[in-house]
Design a protein around this ligand. Structure first.
Ligand code: C2E
Ligand code: MG
Ligand code: MG
Length: 434
């Protein structure tokens, strides 16, 4: 039997879904894609409770104003789903990447405080995205999928989530994942893939990023993020990272037989920096395989530094004393702070692939990429652009003076044997990319 609430909600939704459906119908005729960005402000509820509904209204209308005037294009639409949920309709939209960039822009705008009376508050927003016709052709289905993505977005570090069909599968059973991961570590059945990095100065592949690959008999292929999450909740992350570092250094000894001074980058989890023995293990692996510290790069994210800044800074300085190079990963999203760049002994900055992938379509992203390259160079850091997916992006980055390129255009992550074949095929001295 239908619930009274269901009927009321549907009546509320009808004008919106009706309007959205009209947009979708004309997009279908024009052969266009449409992105639905559902923005929710968690602060409005709290502000209502603390300062009254009027204050909540001020925040709600300021959000609409900012979205309309500074985040959306003239022809994009915005509709209110409720006082704290806003539906942005972006039409036409060329790719998933661009819809993510728009979501990122919205979040940046909404992180600026709103004044009401003598107080101020931030919207505490998250964005869930669904795409027409990729995720459905019906307005109600697309809104529901954007809502689903929004729920995941609230748990994400960057508060942004694009709907994935796999999200319909039930949430993972942490215990089962932990148990299977322990088994994989015991049986040594995990593996690493290596994604080549192209050095624009020498015109050669001069390094690779090691990326975890876990194909489990029961769970199938488990994405590295999920594997790391399972390891963290099961207290296995130090063991996992240790395995990754040791294996990557061992493989680098092989790569260096073909290409001396070849570098391998490994990803470090935030909690690894709390493990006091990490530098000791790295040092031991370097000695065991006869690899120089300067040819190993540790990639950290800003979250890693923020967990405990003092401890992180100590751990990073100790790593530096073995000559290991330090890189800041996914820079430009999350809680990017220039402060860390100045404070920590960092050697490299990796520009997040969101900016790189969108740089030819969104002029502001090209400007951000350019500024990040300049900033890093001024701080004597090398710059790696991630997510280089085509020739045109590679050419633009070359023009901007980027140092290294990484992305599908250079090469997808591959087994170490394939990288060895690639390195063998490289001419002794290659030409610069122009
Ligand atoms: P990350 O460190 O930023 O690695 C880059 C990710 O971008 C990789 O995804 C790579 O396959 C993908 N990628 C590279 N080039 C392109 C491109 O041109 N286009 C697109 N769309 N994607 C590209 P992957 O392998 O799924 O890894 C995802 C994340 O999982 C990594 O992001 C890293 O944060 C984490 N991760 C992977 N391996 C490890 C590990 O051994 N330890 C830890 N702690 N984290 C890991
Ligand atoms: Mg990385
Ligand atoms: Mg990255």
């Amino acid at each position: 039997m239908e619930d009274v609430h269901d009927i009321a909600l549907r009546e509320l939704l009808d004008p919106l879904t009706g309007h959205l459906q009209e947009e979708l119908n004309s997009a279908r005729i024009a052969g266009q894609r449409v992105a639905i960005l559902l923005v929710k402000s968690a602060a409005i509820d709290q502000i209502d409770a603390a300062h009254g509904f009027h204050a909540g209204d001020v925040l709600s209308s300021e959000i609409v104003k900012r979205l309309r005037s500074r985040a959306l294009r003239k022809h994009d639409g915005i509709e209110l789903l409720s006082r704290d949920e806003f539906v942005c309709i972006l039409r036409p939209i060329s790719s998933e990447g661009i819809s993510m960039l728009a979501g990122q822009r919205i979040l940046t705008l909404l992180s600026e405080p709103v004044e009401f009376g003598d107080k101020s508050a931030v919207a505490d927003a998250a964005v869930g995205i669904s795409m027409f016709p990729d995720h459905g052709e019906d307005a109600e289905v697309l809104l529901q999928r954007a809502k689903y993505a929004l729920q995941s977005a609230r748990k994400n570090r960057d508060r942004l989530c694009y709907y994935e069909t796999e999200q319909t599968s039930p949430p993972i059973d942490q215990l089962q994942y932990a148990e299977r991961l322990r088994l994989a570590l015991d049986r040594n059945t995990l593996s690493l893939h290596f994604q080549p990095q192209f050095n624009l100065l020498t015109g050669r592949i001069s390094g690779a990023e090691a990326l975890l690959r876990w194909k489990d008999d029961v769970l199938g292929q488990v994405p590295p993020n999920i594997a790391v999450q399972a390891a963290e909740s099961a207290g296995l992350v130090d063991r996992l990272t240790l395995w990754v570092i040791t294996s990557a250094i061992q493989k680098n000894a092989e790569f260096q037989k073909i290409s001396p001074d070849f570098t391998v980058s490994v990803n470090i989890s935030p909690s690894n920096l709390q493990e006091p023995d990490l530098p000791f293990y790295i040092d031991r692996a370097l000695r065991t395989w006869g690899v120089k510290g300067g040819t190993v790069v540790m990639e950290i994210t800003e979250t890693a530094i923020m967990v405990d800044q003092k401890k992180a800074s100590e751990a990073l300085n100790e790593l530096k004393s073995f000559g290991v190079r330090l890189s800041i990963d996914d820079f430009g999203t999350g809680y990017s702070s220039i402060y860390y760049l100045a404070q920590l002994p960092l050697d490299e900055l990796k520009i997040d692939l969101l900016f790189v992938r969108g740089m030819l379509e969104v002029p502001n992203y090209a400007k951000i990429v350019r500024s990040l390259i300049e900033l890093a160079h001024n701080l004597d850091m090398m710059v790696v652009a991630e997510g280089v997916e085509n020739e045109d992006i590679a050419a633009a980055l070359t023009h901007l003076g980027c140092d290294y390129l990484q992305g599908y255009h250079i090469g997808k992550p591959m087994p170490s044997q394939d990288l060895i074949t690639l390195l063998r095929a490289q001419p002794a001295s290659a030409k610069k990319m122009d």
